[in-house]
Design a protein around this ligand. Structure first.
Ligand SMILES: [Zn+2]
Ligand SMILES: [Zn+2]
Length: 371
C-alpha cells in the first residue's frame, strides 16, 4: 500500500510539473543499512503514535530523512532508491512527451508530402528489384537469361518515362543536363524532390548500361573484363551523379540574395568547396577503374598438366582454361575471375589474391545523391 500511494504521489508531482520534482532529486543520498534500521524503528514509533503527518523535527539536521517513510501529499519526494526510480520515471515521461511531439510533426510532414514519398517508395522498390536481378544474372555467367535482361531494359525505360510523364509540368528531365526545372521557388523540399528523382533516373540509366554489358557474349567481352566494365560504369555514374544537384542547391542558397547576399555567398562557397572535394574523390576512383579496365589482370599462372585435378572446385565440372593461384589452388579462369569480382581471397584457403572487388559484381550504389 505504501508503495502504491508513493507512486500515486510521485505521479501527482510529475503531472504538476517536472522542474520542482527534479530539483528535489538532484542529490540523491543512499542511506546506510544502519540508518535504515534506525529509520524503521522511528517509523514504527510514529505509526504507534498514530501521527501520519511529518513533524517539523523531521527537517531538523539531526533527524535522518528516510526513503522508507511513505511520501505524503506528493510533496516530500523520497530520496534513495525510490528517488532514483522517480528520476527514471520522469525521464521516461519527459522523453515520451518529446517522442509524441516528434511523431505528430513526422505525421504532418508525411501527410503533406505523401505523393512525393509514394513516388520515392516506388522508385526505391524498382531500383532494389532490378539491382538484385542484375547481380544474380551476372553471377549466372553463360546461363544468364537474356529475355529477362531485355525485359529489365524495357521496364527501366518505362519507369523513368512514367515519372517524367506524370510530373510533366515540372520538366524534371532538365535536371539530367544541369538545367533548371519549372518551379516558382526553390525551397528545401523542391530541391530534395528534384535531386532525388534525378538521382534515381540516373541510377536506372546506370543499371541499363550494365544490362547491356551483361548481354554481350563472352567472346566479345570476357567475364573478367565484364567485372571491370561494371566497375567503370559505376564509377562514371557516381561521378556524374554528384553534379545534377549543384544548380538546384545554388538556387536554394541564393533565394534571398538581394537582402542576404553575404549569407548566400558563404553558403554557396562552403557547398562548392565540399562538392569539389567529393567530385575530386570520385574522379580519382573513375581514373583507377579505367586503369583496371585497360590493364591485363592475371590472378595466377597456367598450371602443368600433371598438377590439374579432376574438376574445378567452383563449378564442379571439367577445367576450362585452368589457372593456378599463388597459393597453388587451381580453378577455371572464368570461375575464379567471377569469384574475385566478389571476394579478395582464394575460395579454398583464404589466401589474399585480388584487390577490392566493390562494384565488379554488377551492383549499383544504394546511396541517393540529394546533395
Ligand atoms: Zn570452374
Ligand atoms: Zn588457395
Amino acid at each position: 500500500m505504501a508503495t502504491e500511494s508513493g507512486i500515486g504521489g510521485r505521479l501527482g508531482t510529475v503531472l504538476e510539473g517536472f522542474v520542482p520534482g527534479l530539483a528535489t532529486m538532484e542529490d540523491p543520498v543512499l542511506p546506510t543499512s544502519q540508518a535504515r534500521g534506525h529509520q524503521n524503528a522511528e517509523e514504527v514509533v510514529i505509526n504507534m503514535e498514530g501521527d501520519s503527518q511529518p513533524s517539523g523535527n523531521d527537517n531538523a539536521p539531526g533527524a535522518a530523512r528516510t526513503n522508507t517513510v511513505p511520501p505524503r501529499n506528493g510533496e516530500d519526494t523520497p530520496i534513495g532508491s525510490g528517488g532514483l526510480l522517480d528520476m527514471r520515471m520522469m525521464r521516461v515521461l519527459s522523453d515520451s512527451r518529446l517522442i509524441i511531439f516528434l511523431i505528430i510533426i513526422l505525421a504532418k510532414v508525411l501527410y503533406d508530402h505523401s505523393l512525393g514519398l509514394l513516388v520515392f517508395i516506388g522508385l526505391t522498390g524498382t531500383f532494389g528489384h532490378h539491382n538484385g536481378t542484375l547481380k544474380k544474372q551476372v553471377f549466372l555467367k553463360d546461363k544468364r537469361r537474356i529475355p529477362l535482361l531485355l525485359l529489365m531494359l524495357i521496364m527501366l525505360f518505362f519507369s523513368s518515362f512514367f515519372v517524367y510523364f506524370v510530373f510533366e509540368e515540372q520538366q524534371l528531365y532538365k535536371c539530367l543536363i544541369f538545367l533548371t526545372p519549372e518551379f516558382d521557388t526553390f525551397d528545401l523540399w523542391t530541391v530534395l524532390w528534384c535531386a532525388g528523382i534525378t538521382d534515381y533516373i540516373l541510377k536506372f540509366i546506370t543499371i541499363s548500361l550494365k544490362c547491356l554489358v551483361a548481354l554481350l557474349p563472352n567472346v566479345v567481352l570476357s567475364m573478367k573484363r565484364k567485372g571491370r566494365a561494371f566497375l567503370t560504369i559505376e564509377q562514371a555514374s557516381q561521378l556524374y551523379r554528384t553534379l545534377p544537384p549543384v544548380p538546384l542547391w545554388i538556387l536554394y542558397f541564393n533565394q534571398n540574395q538581394e537582402t542576404h547576399f553575404v549569407a548566400a555567398y558563404i553558403f554557396t562557397g562552403a557547398y562548392m568547396i565540399s562538392k569539389a572535394h567529393v567530385f575530386y574523390g570520385k574522379g580519382l576512383a573513375l581514373k583507377n577503374a579505367l586503369g583496371q579496365l585497360f590493364s591485363e589482370v592475371q590472378y595466377g599462372v597456367t598450371p602443368q598438366d600433371d598438377q590439374i585435378g579432376d574438376s574445378c572446385p567452383i563449378c564442379q565440372d571439367n577445367f576450362t582454361k585452368p589457372i593456378q593461384l599463388h597459393c597453388k589452388h587451381i580453378f577455371c579462369e572464368d570461375c575464379v575471375g567471377l569469384w574475385f569480382d566478389r571476394e579478395r581471397t582464394c575460395p579454398m584457403c583464404r589466401a589474399k589474391v585480388a584487390d577490392d572487388p566493390t562494384w565488379r559484381d554488377g551492383s549499383t550504389s544504394l546511396f541517393v545523391q540529394f546533395f
